[in-house]
Write a protein that binds this ligand. Structure first.
Ligand code: SAM
Length: 481
């Protein structure tokens, strides 16, 4: 029989480690301890606004702010929400939080560990956390997020924000309050681990209905990109939805642990190995020529949205950094695969080009919703495999493009029927001045050249296609909205 008492004791000790880590900061009840940065006052407001501006409308809603500290976010959320429960395990933080927010009249306060928090099933509209998962062990993250799913009302929201892969201060440690000589128990997980976990968890309610978490988007926090050159401060907005018939798999805790602590980490390492050093892509020449030919008129101040589903192969991609460098423009790049979202953030952290930003959304439609909700209008759309993956999204794409915006697509076609479907989709899309070019010869030559530079082993999550032997034909679409 497994020694349960030993494992409980071990977990108990780990809790103490986190508690004493935070106790060391308990005498500093201001922005510095909340952001673990000596210079926090310089960018606290901007960081807070980044997060608050991405939350749903909280009017009439019940919110729980967990790991709330002195209540940086509690104050603003309570100004619109019906009620906020603000909780943290450090007494002095909650005392300061109370001093700041009690007068609002709709905030209650609780000192306690998030791991032991008890709330009624379906009792809140939003579970808000900002830098909390990184202070929980893997098993506690799984249990906490499953609890959050249970506490939320249907269609309720969960917000997470975590330092992924490295501390918020990045490797140069500007202003860091982590003491170099002291152990730091914080977990800097990959963004992909969180996305995969959110998508995996399930909760069955008393009426036998199965619920899941639906991550709507993941994004870097802009203040940290601008202030610290760090794209790996990531936040997520997630919704509670009913699981469909295809989503009935309810994983056990052990299964989740295996995936979260090991499988997804290993897969990410595998993908990183293949992609981390790649600055150039075989699509670069074909796409930049198309951007020039289509008279996109990109310049400083214009913003391009790019789309990378990476279904066919990892290297079928729009190279966002190349576009920003070549045309001095801003690029908002959409990735749909969690592993490639993480590698994009790694590249961004190393190139430090603040004109390039990345979002993860599961589909193009989700990206359109994200930008439509922010009333954004882009000067151009450049995508790979767009028709192949999102023919339905095409009409809605117009909502986020300026009048006369240019659309450039590189589309693989694997059969005569596929080509026909592509032609029909273009005809039905309402795009103007469409030019459709067969660029198969150029594409295959570029893939062959690219292959010669690839030395890493092929991994399941990073499939490749062969330029010399594959039967795929490539079409370039240039059009105007
Ligand atoms: C980096 S601070 C962020 C505070 C606040 N969310 C903000 O962004 O201003 C992390 C907070 O989480 C709290 N915390 C960490 N682990 C916790 C746990 N297991 N239960 C409750 N609070 C926790 C700490 O005491 C601290 O106040």
């Amino acid at each position: 029989m497994p020694d349960v008492s030993a494992s409980v004791m071990c977990r108990g000790n780990e809790r103490d480690v986190f508690k004493s880590f935070w106790n060391k900061y308990s005498g500093i009840t201001d922005n510095r301890s909340m952001m673990l940065n000596q210079n926090a006052d310089e960018f606290e407001q901007s960081d807070r606004m980044d997060i608050l501006s991405s939350l749903p409308d909280l009017r009439g809603k019940d919110v729980v702010d967990i790991g709330a500290g002195i209540g940086r976010f509690t104050t603003s959320m309570a100004q619109t929400a019906r009620h906020v429960l603000s909780t943290d395990f450090i007494e002095s933080f909650i005392a300061k939080n109370r001093e700041r927010n009690e007068k609002l009249g709709n905030v209650s306060f609780q000192v306690g560990d998030a791991v032991n928090l008890k709330l009624e099933e379906e009792s809140v509209d939003m579970v808000f956390t900002n830098w909390l998962m990184m202070y929980l062990q893997d098993e506690e993250v799984i249990q906490f997020l499953t609890n959050a799913l249970r506490w939320l009302r249907p269609d309720g929201y969960l917000h997470l924000r975590e330092s992924c892969s490295e501390p918020s201060t990045t490797k140069n440690k500007t202003g860091s309050m982590h003491k170099a000589m002291e152990p730091n128990p914080t977990s800097y997980r990959f963004s992909s681990q969180y996305i995969n976990l959110l998508k995996t968890l399930r909760h069955r309610d008393g009426n036998n209905k199965l619920w899941r978490l639906d991550p709507l988007w993941a994004c870097s926090v802009p203040t940290y990109v601008n202030h610290s050159g760090n794209w790996r401060q990531v936040h997520w907005l997630v919704r509670k939805v009913e699981a469909t018939d295809d989503e009935q798999v309810v994983p056990s805790l052990e299964n989740c642990m295996q995936l979260f602590s090991d499988t997804w980490r290993q897969k990410q390492f595998g993908v990183d190995k293949v992609t981390d050093d790649k600055k150039l892509s075989w699509t670069d020449r074909i796409l930049s020529r198309a951007i020039d030919n289509a008279n996109c008129n990109l310049s400083m101040g214009s913003t391009v949205i790019t789309f990378n589903p990476r279904h066919l192969a990892y290297h079928v991609e729009v190279n966002a950094h190349l576009i920003s460098e070549k045309y001095s423009c801003n690029v908002w790049a959409v990735e749909t695969k969690p592993y490639y979202y993480r590698t994009s953030l790694t590249k961004a952290n190393s190139s430090k080009d603040t004109r390039v930003r990345f979002t993860w959304t599961e589909t193009l439609l989700r990206a359109v919703d994200y930008w439509n909700g922010r009333n954004a209008h882009f000067h151009a759309f450049v995508g790979c495999e767009t028709f192949a993956n999102a023919p339905d999204a095409f009409h809605s794409l117009k909502k986020i493009l300026k009048a006369d915006a240019r659309v450039i697509l590189l589309e693989p076609v694997s059969s005569v029927e596929d080509e026909e479907r592509l032609r029909q989709a273009i005809a039905a899309s309402g795009l103007k001045n469409v030019v459709l070019l067969d660029v198969t010869t150029d594409a295959n030559a570029a893939i062959v050249e690219y292959e010669a530079s690839v030395t890493e082993p092929i991994v399941e999550e990073a499939p490749v296609i062969k330029g010399s032997t594959n039967e795929t034909r490539w079409f370039l679409v240039q059009a105007v909205v």
